[in-house]
Design a protein around this ligand. Sequence first.
Ligand SMILES: [Fe+2]
Length: 510
Amino acid sequence: MLRREFIKGLGGVGASIVAPGLTAASETTNTMTSSELAANELNAFRSSFINVPEIYGPTQVNFDKPLPDGLVGTLYRNGPALFKRGDTEYKHWFDGDGMIHSFFMSGSSLTHKASMVHTDRFVAEQEAGRFLWPAFGTAFENGRSATKADDVNAANTSVLPVKDELWALWEGGSAWVVDSESLETRGRKVFSEETDGLSFSAHPKVDADGRIWNFGYVSGADTLIVYDLAANGQLNRVQTINTPNTNMVHDFAITEQYLIFVLLPITFEWPQSDKPVAFADMIGWDANEPVNVLVVNKSTLEVEQQFETPSFFAFHFGNAWQDGKQVRVELATSDPWDSLNEQFLRATQGHTLNHYTAEDENAPGAVELVIDMHKKMVSIELLPIIGGDFPVYDSRYIGNRTSHLFMTNRSSTLSADVFGFNQIVRYDRQSGKTQSYDYGADVLAEEHLFVPQKGGSEGEGWLLGSSYNWKEQMTSLSVFNASAVTDGPIATTKLPYHLPIGLHGKFVAS
Ligand SMILES: [Fe+2]
């Protein structure tokens, strides 16, 4: 829904809503080649998937300025990386097999390396030399049908550091365990016999006490699975919740007492034949159906309250917290699923886009869901970040009120033909003001993570993120003072190659 309609629809609710330099390229045909693809505006996003080897590095480069004292550690990132085998290509960004990147930074030095996650799927398809199963958005005529979720697990969405392990996360099936030093794949994570192979989302939340909360979903079965894990990754409790709208659930939020789910009106239909079908072809969007908001009690894992709001789409949450009888939940809304999915497909295939621009007042944006537990009602307030995603905050304060929200969005310099983001935004709740940094017309900014400064107050620290210059076909890593985003990076380094545009990461301080 457009932002204006979103507001209109809720009117009165008080509210608002809303290459070269590759050091260890393998012999396998991994990607599109540059001769097939000129990096023009239509292919800005798509060109990041050319000439991607299975392994990068280790590659050591220097920042242009020394990093601040206290910023020592490793940024891990995950993202779809392998899009082509032989003459067959994936059509959707979410299809590509996962690649884990490690960026170790200390002083003025950055060491980057990366490796594909060796899921069962990846290993079998490597051996076969072709794609065997359908992916999120692509199915193959001569392919196999999936008999279980992990047949099609791409492990390509995010990472979770647990002890000395790194879990490569997808959302439809199991987590995969990767060695955090070598990046070698150790195997599929099995918490218990009961949960073996069940969906484990890519957006777990690490609570203030270290406990890990996560969920999974079962499409077409009105079932959410809630996981309560100890800090060491052992399963404490698992609970299933019967509720509508569990056909695709990407993220959630936690407060001191609650888990908050926002279940979107994504429809689901089982395929009518035995032919292999992509997941995206089984789901759809029904804008006439409401969004379901679930408030689950952390102690009992039971639904304490349930609400409906008019339809909107959102992938990602910022922070959430309880404020008296209210629960406030930060959300990054996007275009409705049907049109957003079309943009993903078009961008991945290098077709004409019709992306909103920075000036488009109808672009979706950041909102705050206000749940009144006493009056049993929900309203939505608009936050002043238009057209953004990848919300991050000071996660030391997860579940408690935070004043600073950081996102990526589109500046006015980015052509409407280019898919993605090129700007970093900081919102300060106290002042109501935003700050931004524009990477410019030729650069696509990936998720930027917030890294707190030890002993610093909430929101004090650094923003850390990679960006892809599609004209130069080079990836850089930049560090910002999180309190002075407008000033631009305080340190930047350019890798001697480019990386495929990825999804989510985590920083582990040394
Ligand atoms: Fe995500």
